[in-house]
Design a protein around this ligand. Structure first.
Ligand code: AQP
Length: 338
């Protein structure tokens, strides 16, 4: 039989903040939008992941709608991809239990995101959910039989874990899961903190000055770009070792304008850092203005937004339920009689 299905893609974003930041957009969401044209794409707001860190319920609800609205504003089209909330598809957590039972404790303990976050918080403030969250992510991916997972570099280790567990399950119980590949664009794999270009731009770790939020007012973003830490010298050249601050700004500039870095280096030859920062502030403002307006339009109509998400969940569940039933059967669970 000819398999004419398009490759499947799955990814998610946490509603842990009112706004996505440029790292989320350039590292992940921008690729999601392109891939809906070429792939059978499933994208979700991972609200279950969000509660691995304590969230205030009303704020979580607001952030979740806000995240969905931003995905739509970024160009995801419910006619061309499946958009939904993770908590609307209970099969994710059901499969996650199986993944917890086939993953090794040592294997899970080696996840660097867990090690970093738990070290910062201390073990008493670190939830068990933060420890098992990579296994829920494994289930998120495997339950859709995803071929590719477009993410930033920080998620590479979790995709590797997903591949290992898919292979382990398949060899132990018989093939049930597609073994997925990470899809990580080299250029935008890691957008750095504007104040500390040695670390990634991050909702939880960056200082407010280090992070460009997509929903910030243009003058707020402009101020942050203008005060971004730059390097000694004045030459505008892409060199991640010697000039990490300028290289980060060039990456953002190049991606938002679809201009090659080489072209930007020529364009700014003999000009100072100030000129680059001023222009980049305008570029970010021009991009973010319409994005903010579109987001607000979706937020102004929560009924339509919720109904889009309900439709997405229905579609997602039909795929997830089939995979879960297959996995349950392979593991040896008796089917429930109706
Ligand atoms: N700085 C970044 N550069 C490139 N990609 C990034 N991503 C996150 N930060 C960067 C990618 O964005 C997608 C959604 O990530 P998430 O919702 O899991 O966001 P996050 O990991 O919660 O982002 P933060 O800001 O770093 O949050 P904390 O601080 O809570 O961990 C993912 O594909 C991610 O790779």
């Amino acid at each position: 039989m000819v398999n004419d299905r398009r490759p499947r893609v799955l990814s998610g974003i946490q509603p842990t903040s009112g706004s996505f930041h440029l790292g989320n957009y350039l590292g992940a969401v921008r690729q999601w939008s392109a891939m809906q044209e070429t792939h059978d794409a499933f994208y979700m707001v991972v609200d279950l992941h969000a509660i691995t860190i304590q969230q205030e319920p009303e704020q979580l609800r607001a952030n979740t709608r806000q995240a969905a609205a931003q995905l739509l504003a970024a160009g995801l089209d419910p006619e061309r991809c499946t958009i939904f909330l993770q908590s609307h598809v209970p099969e994710h957590t059901q499969l996650s239990w199986i993944m917890e039972c086939i993953a090794g404790f040592g294997e899970a303990s080696r996840m660097t995101q867990f090690k970093d976050k738990s070290a910062k918080q201390g073990s008493d403030r670190t939830s068990v959910g933060l420890f098992t969250y990579p296994l829920l992510m494994v289930s998120d991916i495997l339950i859709y039989q995803a071929d590719q997972v477009p993410v930033g570099e920080d998620q590479r280790q979790h995709i590797e874990l997903t591949r290992n567990l898919a292979e382990r399950f398949n060899s132990r119980y018989g093939k049930a899961f597609t073994v997925p590949e990470p899809y990580i664009l080299k250029e935008t794999a890691k957008i750095y903190d504007l104040q500390d270009p040695s670390v990634k731009m991050s909702k939880s770790a960056s200082t407010p000055k280090g992070i460009i939020n997509l929903l910030d007012e243009p003058k707020v973003s402009a101020k942050k770009i203008k005060s971004a830490v730059t390097d000694t010298g004045s030459e505008i050249r892409f060199d991640e070792q010697e000039k990490p601050g300028i290289s980060n700004l060039l990456t953002i500039y190049s991606t938002l304008t679809d201009t090659s870095i080489a072209e930007l280096e020529t364009r700014y030859e003999g000009k100072g850092y100030g000129a680059l920062k001023t222009d980049l502030s305008e570029i970010v403002a021009d991009w973010a203005g319409p994005f903010r307006e579109r987001t607000q339009e979706y937020l102004d109509d929560p009924e339509t937004l919720d109904s889009l998400l309900a439709k997405g969940a229905e579609k997602a569940r039909s795929v997830a339920a089939e995979t879960l039933a297959q996995a349950y059967d392979k593991v040896g669970f008796l089917p429930a009689k109706h």
